[in-house]
Write a protein that binds this ligand. Structure first.
Ligand SMILES: *Cc1c(COP(=O)(O)O)cnc(C)c1O
Length: 360
């Protein structure tokens, strides 16, 4: 029998969440952000689940974009880091991709490459993240250079917020963005999930770029749970109890003895560890479901296993079903207890975990 760990990706839930995002977007096109293998959920299965209703997609990698085209997907695809070297504008043209342009070398690429058809671009402004993009006072000059280039098609102005979960942060960044001296009728694309949900002013005609909400997680603090936003979890990570230890008071559990039993403790050992993608930094008490009931982890997560408290779950034992995250156990809650964010956990699902698809 295979090791009992397994992930399920519910593509019907993914589609539901995309339609939620589209409701927030109104008339603006919603580019589904499916970078990093669709946040660990599987690129093609997610892209195809919304192929009949998607306005477009956003990702990073030429090879992944080519895979979408080979799968017959015709919608716009935005490459969020643009081209990387000479020839990439030609490749984008051939595949019908839209390129972010965040540094002058990428404009040169568009000027020098021989392209079949003009390439649509997203001119990226740096509004405070200080990661990619031109400062707003350089926007007019970069826009003029792009507009003068016959290889360039439609130009959209974009930015990405450093503090999308904070009203002051978004207002400041939008103020900088809107100070750019570019034509007033130019389309804008600025909103990620958090901005889309919280900030109607960030929903602009050039589109929105929801990522994490498509995967059923909240981009906001715990007070705004994914469920309260009408989102459904997409990835479910399950395993089973493979051993049980009765640990006397005073003894410890796991590497480094990080958990000390203060009472006689019934410890369940789960076949899931950090090599499966479970966060190693999850503290004792990180929530976990055993036979549908909530309990907490105990001690350090090891490579292939973790421990949980079965003292108050006398019916549970070897073979009991465990949900690490998914239905009934929001990934956001586990991430919060582990000092990380759901994004990192979902992206980290390990290749050794078998994935089955639900709702296709
Ligand atoms: C990842 C990413 C997004 C999506 O962000 P979420 O917080 O997951 O909605 C949007 N825009 C850019 C440029 C990104 O890199």
């Amino acid at each position: 029998m295979p090791r009992p760990i397994a992930a399920t990706v519910d593509v019907a839930a993914f589609r539901h969440n995309y339609l939620v995002a589209k409701r927030y977007a109104g008339e603006a096109p919603a580019f589904a952000v499916i970078k990093s293998n669709a946040y660990g959920h599987g690129l093609l299965r997610c892209a195809e689940a919304i192929a009949d209703c998607a306005d477009g997609y956003a990702m990073l990698d030429f090879a992944e974009a080519a895979a979408l085209r080979e799968a017959g997907i015709r919608q716009p695809i935005v490459l969020l880091e643009g081209g990387f070297e000479a020839g990439d504008a030609a490749e984008a043209s051939r595949l019908g991709l839209t390129l972010a342009v965040h540094e002058p070398g990428q404009i040169r690429m568009l000027e020098l490459d021989k392209v079949e058809r003009p390439v649509d671009v997203f001119l990226k402004l740096n509004t405070g993240m200080n990661r990619l993009g031109f400062r707003p006072d350089q926007a007019a000059a970069q826009f003029a250079r792009l507009r003068a280039c016959p290889n360039v098609g439609r130009i959209t102005l974009m930015t990405h917020f450093a503090r999308a979960d904070d009203d002051v942060g978004i207002r400041e960044a939008l103020g900088r963005f809107d100070s750019a001296a570019v034509p007033a009728d130019m389309p804008h694309c600025v909103a990620n999930s958090a901005a889309l949900i919280r900030f109607p002013e960030a929903v602009r005609s050039g589109g929105v770029r929801p990522g994490i909400i498509l995967y059923g997680c909240s981009p906001m603090p715990a007070s705004h749970s994914a469920e309260s936003l009408g989102l459904k979890p997409v990835m479910h990570l399950q395993s089973r109890i493979i051993d049980v230890q009765q640990v006397p008071a005073g003894e410890t559990v796991g590497y480094g003895g990080r958990f000390t039993a203060i009472r006689s403790t019934r410890v369940g050992i789960v076949a899931c560890g950090y090599a499966d993608g479970y966060p190693r930094h999850a503290e004792s008490g990180t929530p976990i479901l055993v036979d549908g009931r909530r309990t907490g982890t105990l001690g350090r997560v090891s490579m292939d296993m973790l421990a949980c408290d079965l003292t108050d779950l006398p019916e549970a034992g070897i073979g009991s079903e465990v949900v690490l995250w998914g239905r009934g156990m929001p990934a956001d809650e586990v991430a919060g207890a582990a000092g990380t964010i759901s994004y990192e956990m979902l992206c980290a699902l390990a290749a050794r975990v078998p994935v089955s698809v639900l709702g296709a």
